[in-house]
Design a binder for this molecule. Structure first.
Ligand code: SIN
Length: 298
Protein backbone atom coordinates (compact mmCIF):
# COMPACT_ATOMS: atom_id res chain seq x y z
CA UNK A 1 0.00 0.00 0.00
CA UNK A 2 1.13 3.51 -0.81
CA UNK A 3 1.80 5.32 2.43
CA UNK A 4 2.71 8.65 3.91
CA UNK A 5 4.86 9.08 6.95
CA UNK A 6 3.33 11.98 8.76
CA UNK A 7 0.67 14.58 8.32
CA UNK A 8 -0.03 17.93 9.83
CA UNK A 9 -2.25 17.17 12.82
CA UNK A 10 -5.52 18.87 13.61
CA UNK A 11 -3.79 20.81 16.37
CA UNK A 12 -1.12 22.09 13.96
CA UNK A 13 -3.74 22.91 11.37
CA UNK A 14 -6.21 24.82 13.48
CA UNK A 15 -4.94 25.48 16.99
CA UNK A 16 -6.31 23.91 20.14
CA UNK A 17 -9.37 26.06 20.67
CA UNK A 18 -11.91 23.34 21.44
CA UNK A 19 -13.53 22.90 24.84
CA UNK A 20 -12.75 20.23 27.44
CA UNK A 21 -15.80 18.24 26.29
CA UNK A 22 -14.07 17.58 22.95
CA UNK A 23 -11.44 14.85 22.58
CA UNK A 24 -9.76 14.56 19.16
CA UNK A 25 -9.72 10.93 18.02
CA UNK A 26 -6.63 11.07 15.80
CA UNK A 27 -4.25 13.52 14.23
CA UNK A 28 -6.05 13.47 10.90
CA UNK A 29 -9.69 13.92 11.87
CA UNK A 30 -12.49 12.78 14.14
CA UNK A 31 -13.51 13.66 17.68
CA UNK A 32 -15.46 12.39 20.66
CA UNK A 33 -17.74 14.84 22.43
CA UNK A 34 -19.29 14.45 25.89
CA UNK A 35 -21.93 16.50 27.62
CA UNK A 36 -23.97 17.76 24.68
CA UNK A 37 -27.60 16.57 24.59
CA UNK A 38 -28.51 16.48 20.92
CA UNK A 39 -32.22 16.19 21.78
CA UNK A 40 -32.36 19.67 23.28
CA UNK A 41 -30.08 22.00 21.37
CA UNK A 42 -30.79 25.70 21.22
CA UNK A 43 -29.62 27.66 18.18
CA UNK A 44 -26.25 28.48 19.71
CA UNK A 45 -25.53 24.87 20.67
CA UNK A 46 -26.62 23.66 17.24
CA UNK A 47 -24.21 26.13 15.62
CA UNK A 48 -21.44 24.73 17.85
CA UNK A 49 -22.30 21.20 16.73
CA UNK A 50 -22.05 22.34 13.09
CA UNK A 51 -18.71 23.96 13.81
CA UNK A 52 -17.43 20.72 15.36
CA UNK A 53 -18.52 18.73 12.32
CA UNK A 54 -16.75 21.14 9.94
CA UNK A 55 -13.67 21.02 12.10
CA UNK A 56 -13.43 17.28 12.78
CA UNK A 57 -15.47 15.85 9.86
CA UNK A 58 -16.77 12.92 11.95
CA UNK A 59 -17.94 13.54 15.51
CA UNK A 60 -19.14 10.91 17.98
CA UNK A 61 -21.47 12.39 20.61
CA UNK A 62 -21.38 10.03 23.58
CA UNK A 63 -23.99 9.75 26.32
CA UNK A 64 -27.17 10.54 24.42
CA UNK A 65 -30.56 9.75 25.99
CA UNK A 66 -31.48 6.09 25.51
CA UNK A 67 -35.14 7.17 25.55
CA UNK A 68 -34.74 9.87 22.94
CA UNK A 69 -38.01 9.98 20.99
CA UNK A 70 -37.83 9.16 17.27
CA UNK A 71 -39.34 12.57 16.57
CA UNK A 72 -36.50 14.24 18.45
CA UNK A 73 -33.91 12.18 16.57
CA UNK A 74 -35.47 13.05 13.21
CA UNK A 75 -35.76 16.72 14.22
CA UNK A 76 -32.07 16.79 15.11
CA UNK A 77 -31.20 15.42 11.65
CA UNK A 78 -33.62 17.74 9.86
CA UNK A 79 -31.82 20.69 11.41
CA UNK A 80 -29.00 20.05 8.91
CA UNK A 81 -31.23 19.91 5.84
CA UNK A 82 -33.67 17.72 3.97
CA UNK A 83 -33.60 14.08 5.09
CA UNK A 84 -33.47 11.47 2.34
CA UNK A 85 -35.85 8.52 2.19
CA UNK A 86 -34.05 5.61 0.56
CA UNK A 87 -36.33 4.25 -2.18
CA UNK A 88 -34.68 0.82 -2.01
CA UNK A 89 -35.15 0.20 1.68
CA UNK A 90 -38.26 -0.89 3.52
CA UNK A 91 -38.63 1.49 6.48
CA UNK A 92 -38.20 -0.12 9.90
CA UNK A 93 -40.39 2.60 11.46
CA UNK A 94 -43.43 3.24 9.26
CA UNK A 95 -44.03 6.65 10.87
CA UNK A 96 -40.42 7.71 10.27
CA UNK A 97 -39.41 6.53 6.79
CA UNK A 98 -36.24 8.67 6.96
CA UNK A 99 -34.83 6.37 9.65
CA UNK A 100 -32.94 3.41 8.20
CA UNK A 101 -32.32 0.46 10.52
CA UNK A 102 -28.90 -1.21 10.30
CA UNK A 103 -29.35 -4.24 12.49
CA UNK A 104 -27.01 -7.20 12.49
CA UNK A 105 -27.90 -10.14 14.70
CA UNK A 106 -25.24 -12.03 16.63
CA UNK A 107 -25.52 -15.11 14.41
CA UNK A 108 -25.28 -13.26 11.10
CA UNK A 109 -22.29 -14.20 8.99
CA UNK A 110 -20.80 -12.76 5.82
CA UNK A 111 -20.52 -9.23 4.54
CA UNK A 112 -21.51 -6.44 6.93
CA UNK A 113 -23.26 -3.37 5.58
CA UNK A 114 -20.76 -0.58 4.90
CA UNK A 115 -17.76 -2.91 5.02
CA UNK A 116 -15.92 -1.16 2.18
CA UNK A 117 -14.39 2.29 1.87
CA UNK A 118 -17.22 4.50 0.65
CA UNK A 119 -18.88 7.90 0.82
CA UNK A 120 -22.60 7.41 1.22
CA UNK A 121 -24.50 7.39 -2.06
CA UNK A 122 -21.66 8.85 -4.13
CA UNK A 123 -23.31 7.24 -7.18
CA UNK A 124 -26.35 9.52 -6.77
CA UNK A 125 -26.75 12.81 -8.61
CA UNK A 126 -26.83 14.46 -5.18
CA UNK A 127 -24.73 12.21 -2.94
CA UNK A 128 -25.30 12.17 0.79
CA UNK A 129 -24.24 15.30 2.67
CA UNK A 130 -24.15 14.44 6.35
CA UNK A 131 -24.93 10.99 7.72
CA UNK A 132 -26.13 10.50 11.28
CA UNK A 133 -25.96 7.15 13.04
CA UNK A 134 -27.44 6.34 16.44
CA UNK A 135 -25.89 3.28 18.06
CA UNK A 136 -28.53 1.62 20.25
CA UNK A 137 -27.05 -1.85 20.81
CA UNK A 138 -23.28 -1.93 20.61
CA UNK A 139 -20.98 -4.97 20.74
CA UNK A 140 -18.71 -5.07 23.81
CA UNK A 141 -15.76 -4.77 21.44
CA UNK A 142 -15.37 -4.45 17.69
CA UNK A 143 -17.78 -2.73 15.32
CA UNK A 144 -15.84 0.54 15.15
CA UNK A 145 -16.31 2.87 12.22
CA UNK A 146 -13.14 3.83 10.37
CA UNK A 147 -12.85 7.15 8.53
CA UNK A 148 -10.41 8.82 6.22
CA UNK A 149 -9.99 12.54 5.65
CA UNK A 150 -10.40 13.18 1.92
CA UNK A 151 -9.33 16.82 2.26
CA UNK A 152 -5.98 15.63 3.55
CA UNK A 153 -5.87 13.03 0.80
CA UNK A 154 -6.26 15.81 -1.80
CA UNK A 155 -3.79 18.23 -0.27
CA UNK A 156 -1.09 15.63 0.42
CA UNK A 157 -0.90 14.70 -3.27
CA UNK A 158 1.94 16.35 -5.15
CA UNK A 159 1.10 19.50 -7.11
CA UNK A 160 1.79 17.57 -10.34
CA UNK A 161 -0.68 14.80 -9.47
CA UNK A 162 -3.31 17.32 -8.32
CA UNK A 163 -2.90 19.18 -11.59
CA UNK A 164 -3.53 15.98 -13.55
CA UNK A 165 -6.78 15.31 -11.64
CA UNK A 166 -8.07 18.87 -11.29
CA UNK A 167 -11.06 19.47 -13.57
CA UNK A 168 -11.47 15.77 -14.32
CA UNK A 169 -14.56 13.74 -13.42
CA UNK A 170 -15.02 10.18 -12.24
CA UNK A 171 -18.02 7.93 -12.79
CA UNK A 172 -19.57 6.62 -9.57
CA UNK A 173 -21.86 3.58 -9.88
CA UNK A 174 -24.00 1.70 -7.37
CA UNK A 175 -22.48 -1.56 -8.51
CA UNK A 176 -18.93 -0.41 -7.86
CA UNK A 177 -15.72 -1.60 -9.48
CA UNK A 178 -14.30 -4.88 -8.26
CA UNK A 179 -15.75 -4.01 -4.92
CA UNK A 180 -15.83 -6.72 -2.30
CA UNK A 181 -19.55 -6.36 -1.86
CA UNK A 182 -21.61 -4.32 -4.28
CA UNK A 183 -24.75 -2.76 -2.94
CA UNK A 184 -26.85 -5.45 -4.61
CA UNK A 185 -25.50 -8.10 -2.25
CA UNK A 186 -27.80 -8.84 0.60
CA UNK A 187 -25.62 -9.39 3.67
CA UNK A 188 -27.38 -8.21 6.79
CA UNK A 189 -29.09 -5.35 5.04
CA UNK A 190 -32.29 -7.34 5.12
CA UNK A 191 -34.70 -4.58 4.31
CA UNK A 192 -33.33 -3.69 0.86
CA UNK A 193 -35.77 -4.30 -1.95
CA UNK A 194 -33.58 -6.22 -4.37
CA UNK A 195 -36.18 -6.19 -7.13
CA UNK A 196 -35.11 -2.67 -7.95
CA UNK A 197 -32.51 -1.91 -10.58
CA UNK A 198 -29.76 -0.55 -8.37
CA UNK A 199 -27.13 -1.18 -10.98
CA UNK A 200 -28.45 1.62 -13.20
CA UNK A 201 -27.62 4.37 -10.72
CA UNK A 202 -24.46 6.12 -11.83
CA UNK A 203 -23.25 9.69 -12.11
CA UNK A 204 -20.09 11.60 -12.94
CA UNK A 205 -18.65 13.84 -10.23
CA UNK A 206 -15.56 16.05 -10.08
CA UNK A 207 -12.53 14.35 -8.54
CA UNK A 208 -11.62 17.57 -6.78
CA UNK A 209 -14.77 18.38 -4.86
CA UNK A 210 -15.34 21.76 -3.22
CA UNK A 211 -17.21 21.87 0.07
CA UNK A 212 -20.20 24.21 -0.31
CA UNK A 213 -19.90 25.64 3.21
CA UNK A 214 -16.17 25.68 3.95
CA UNK A 215 -14.75 25.97 0.42
CA UNK A 216 -12.29 23.13 1.22
CA UNK A 217 -11.21 20.70 -1.52
CA UNK A 218 -11.46 16.93 -1.21
CA UNK A 219 -10.32 13.94 -3.24
CA UNK A 220 -13.82 12.69 -4.04
CA UNK A 221 -13.31 9.06 -5.03
CA UNK A 222 -13.99 5.93 -3.03
CA UNK A 223 -13.26 2.27 -3.46
CA UNK A 224 -16.84 1.03 -3.35
CA UNK A 225 -18.40 3.20 -6.01
CA UNK A 226 -15.83 5.09 -8.12
CA UNK A 227 -15.42 3.13 -11.34
CA UNK A 228 -13.94 5.11 -14.24
CA UNK A 229 -12.07 8.35 -14.75
CA UNK A 230 -13.49 10.32 -17.66
CA UNK A 231 -11.15 10.63 -20.64
CA UNK A 232 -8.81 7.81 -19.54
CA UNK A 233 -8.64 4.30 -20.95
CA UNK A 234 -9.92 1.55 -18.68
CA UNK A 235 -6.37 0.46 -17.85
CA UNK A 236 -5.18 4.00 -17.11
CA UNK A 237 -8.24 4.67 -14.99
CA UNK A 238 -7.87 1.41 -13.06
CA UNK A 239 -4.23 2.21 -12.27
CA UNK A 240 -4.95 5.75 -11.13
CA UNK A 241 -7.95 4.71 -9.05
CA UNK A 242 -6.01 1.89 -7.42
CA UNK A 243 -3.35 4.41 -6.40
CA UNK A 244 -5.96 6.86 -5.10
CA UNK A 245 -7.84 4.20 -3.11
CA UNK A 246 -4.62 3.03 -1.46
CA UNK A 247 -3.46 6.58 -0.96
CA UNK A 248 -6.67 7.74 0.71
CA UNK A 249 -6.55 4.73 3.06
CA UNK A 250 -3.06 5.66 4.33
CA UNK A 251 -3.18 5.10 8.09
CA UNK A 252 -2.07 8.63 8.94
CA UNK A 253 -5.14 10.03 7.16
CA UNK A 254 -7.59 7.90 9.13
CA UNK A 255 -9.39 7.87 12.46
CA UNK A 256 -11.10 4.88 14.05
CA UNK A 257 -14.16 5.85 16.10
CA UNK A 258 -15.35 3.51 18.86
CA UNK A 259 -18.95 3.25 19.91
CA UNK A 260 -20.68 3.28 23.27
CA UNK A 261 -24.39 2.51 23.65
CA UNK A 262 -26.41 5.62 22.80
CA UNK A 263 -23.66 7.40 21.00
CA UNK A 264 -24.68 9.40 17.95
CA UNK A 265 -22.11 9.78 15.21
CA UNK A 266 -22.35 12.52 12.59
CA UNK A 267 -20.05 12.63 9.58
CA UNK A 268 -19.67 14.65 6.41
CA UNK A 269 -19.56 12.50 3.26
CA UNK A 270 -18.17 15.37 1.19
CA UNK A 271 -14.85 15.30 3.01
CA UNK A 272 -14.60 11.72 4.25
CA UNK A 273 -14.94 8.09 3.29
CA UNK A 274 -15.74 5.46 5.90
CA UNK A 275 -15.55 1.74 6.50
CA UNK A 276 -17.74 -0.23 8.93
CA UNK A 277 -15.43 -2.82 10.48
CA UNK A 278 -17.10 -6.23 10.59
CA UNK A 279 -15.17 -7.68 13.51
CA UNK A 280 -17.98 -8.35 15.99
CA UNK A 281 -19.29 -11.79 15.03
CA UNK A 282 -21.26 -13.30 17.89
CA UNK A 283 -22.53 -9.90 19.05
CA UNK A 284 -25.56 -7.87 18.05
CA UNK A 285 -25.23 -4.35 16.63
CA UNK A 286 -28.26 -2.11 16.19
CA UNK A 287 -27.96 1.30 14.57
CA UNK A 288 -30.39 3.82 13.14
CA UNK A 289 -29.26 6.05 10.31
CA UNK A 290 -30.42 9.39 8.91
CA UNK A 291 -29.08 10.76 5.63
CA UNK A 292 -29.11 14.47 4.96
CA UNK A 293 -29.44 15.11 1.23
CA UNK A 294 -26.36 16.74 -0.19
CA UNK A 295 -25.87 19.01 -3.20
CA UNK A 296 -24.66 18.13 -6.67
CA UNK A 297 -20.85 18.01 -6.23
CA UNK A 298 -18.84 20.86 -7.74
C1 SIN B 1 -22.41 2.98 6.97
O1 SIN B 1 -21.53 2.63 6.21
O2 SIN B 1 -23.19 3.85 6.66
C2 SIN B 1 -22.53 2.32 8.32
C3 SIN B 1 -21.38 2.60 9.22
C4 SIN B 1 -21.38 1.70 10.43
O3 SIN B 1 -22.25 0.84 10.56
O4 SIN B 1 -20.48 1.85 11.26
Amino acid sequence: MQNIWAIQTQAQAGGEDWSAQVRPAAGAMGAYVDGIDLASLDAEAFAEVQRLIHRFKAVMFHGQRSDMAWDAYVDFGAGFGELAVDPYVEPVLPDHPQVMGLIREADTTGYNFGGDWHSDGSYLEQPGGLTILWGRDIPPYGGDTLFTNLELAWHQLSPAYREMLDGRRCLHAATGLGTKAPITRKGDYASVNFDQELSRIEHFHPIKRTHPETGGHSLFVNQAYSVQIEGCTEDESAGILKFLFDWSASPAMTARLSWQPDSILVWDNRTTAHYAIGDYGGFRREMYRLAVTGERPE
